[in-house]
Design a protein around this ligand. Structure first.
Ligand SMILES: Cc1cc2nc3c(=O)[nH]c(=O)nc-3n(C[C@H](O)[C@H](O)[C@H](O)COP(=O)(O)OP(=O)(O)OC[C@H]3O[C@@H](n4cnc5c(N)ncnc54)[C@H](O)[C@@H]3O)c2cc1C
Length: 411
């Protein structure tokens, strides 16, 4: 493995600074390097100090064995790179066949291929372990981090969902009520044999946790506000096509409530893929209850769960699979918006240039802050925060600022 940067090696002025070393940060960094940007002109600042840590931890914490997306979605340059990687190592059985779709890789295969790409492109060399705390403008961008300031010509925000997990008021600071991402251990290591567990949420993470722990515990109840809904993907695959995105999303004013409504309707949030639903149905100690919780009371030997529409129940543990707090309202994002006077629309959605993903200023110019991941959903569409969104966003950003014919005049 290549070595990541130490604090001393980080230049104090760079061309490109990528905030976040997740799937999106890794993807665009590889694209920038491939497009000819020299290694010394790029720095990736990540709180974990290593690429893909957040994804690795979350995949393990919910017991995910295969990805929801298919084998052409990964951080490498060639859509069939992961398939070839599997074939060359006799690991084709790790490509799970999927009805009406291409196969899905196991998490292990996906991550081994990601490590292969990281090594091949020496992506680790440009990563430094810091947290970005603010961004200001003084000619170039002045990026404040937990270990000093770095000046950059352009900043790519690739911060994912920002690491704030949604917790209902009754689930805060109660022992034995934990959010699934609070732990980085496999879920079977966080429960005890013979326990009864309630899993709150009706999406893929809830299904994943429930099926993973079902073997070790006495009984699992999935408590969901809505009936379980089936969807293979996070959205209709037509949303992978940029022309379709332009037609369906960019035809509506940037930042408008109409655009956000269309985006919301397009996302299959709170759904489970059919293979997971089948597994859920096959496990006799999993019950699905359509309800919501009013309160949870701590008792001497467990918890008393009080649902709104059914009787109270004594349980040993509650696992929240309730997703993330909205990234548009993340305190770090709000601070960048304020210090750089960036434009926001309905519910604080960033107003981006639909062609280049540059965040517009309040006066309408393109700032040198470029956006990928969930924060770019208003322009990239319902797959923005997913793996395919990384490719879509990088195509626009790298195409515009590195390989494109047009040289964008930055505000
Ligand atoms: C368990 C799980 C399974 C998923 N499966 C799929 C799938 O099969 N297919 C699919 O398409 N999508 C999937 N997704 C959704 C999505 O692809 C992943 O969440 C993906 O990891 C998003 O990548 P990202 O780079 O945007 O964010 P992240 O992986 O969250 O990375 C963001 C990084 O930015 C860092 N960061 C944030 N703020 C700062 C800051 N201020 N300073 C420094 N660093 C910062 C964080 O520490 C983190 O390392 C899955 C998500 C989860 C949680």
């Amino acid at each position: 493995m290549t070595k990541k940067m130490t604090a001393r090696q980080v230049r104090d002025t760079v061309e490109w600074l990528v905030v976040g070393g997740g799937i999106h940060g890794a993807y665009i960094t590889r694209e920038l390097l491939e497009a000819g940007v020299p290694q010394e002109d790029i720095v990736v600042v990540d709180s974990h100090g290593e690429l893909l840590t957040s994804f690795r931890q979350k995949a393990r914490a919910c017991g995910m064995e295969t990805l929801r997306s298919n084998y052409v979605q990964h951080i490498g340059p060639n859509p069939f790179g992961l398939q070839r990687f599997a074939e060359a190592r006799n690991r084709e059985e790790e490509l799970a066949s999927t009805r009406n779709s291409q196969p899905r890789p196991t998490v292990a295969l996906f991550l081994d291929y990601a490590d292969h790409v990281i090594e091949r492109f020496e992506l680790d060399r440009v990563v430094c372990e810091r947290t970005v705390t603010g961004i200001e403008r003084d000619g170039s961008l002045v990026v404040d981090t937990t270990a000093g300031t770095i000046r950059a010509e352009r900043v790519v925000l690739a911060i994912g969902h920002g690491g704030r997990y949604r917790r209902p008021p009754w689930g805060r600071n109660v022992p034995r009520v934990e959010h699934v991402w609070d732990n980085t251990a496999h879920p079977t290591g966080t429960v005890n044999e013979g326990e009864t567990v309630w899993v709150i949420g009706g999406g893929i993470t809830a299904g994943q946790v429930a099926t993973t722990i079902a073997d070790c515990v006495e009984r699992v109840t999935i408590c969901t506000r809505h009936p379980l809904r089936k969807a293979l993907r996070e959205a209709d695959p037509r949303w992978l096509n940029w022309n379709y995105i332009e037609d369906q999303l960019h035809s509506l004013p940037a930042g408008s409530s109409a655009r956000l409504d269309r985006l919301k309707r397009a996302r299959n949030d709170g759904t489970m893929p059919p293979y997971l639903l089948r597994e859920l149905e096959s496990l006799s100690n999993i019950t699905v209850r359509q309800d919501s919780i009013d309160t949870v009371i701590r008792e001497r030997d467990g918890l008393l769960v009080a649902p709104r529409q059914s009787r109270c129940e004594n349980v040993d543990r509650v696992v929240l699979a309730t997703g993330f707090e909205p990234i548009f309202e993340h305190p770090f994002v709000r601070s960048v918006v304020n210090s750089l006077s960036l434009a926001c629309g309905h519910r604080n959605v960033p107003v981006l240039d639909d062609e280049t993903l540059a965040w517009r200023t309040e006066t309408g110019e393109c700032s040198p802050v470029l956006v990928t991941g969930a924060l770019a959903a208003g322009t990239v569409g319902p797959f923005a925060g997913n793996i395919p969104g990384a490719r879509r966003a990088s195509e626009r950003i790298v195409g515009e600022y590195v390989t494109g014919n047009r040289l964008k005049r930055l505000a």
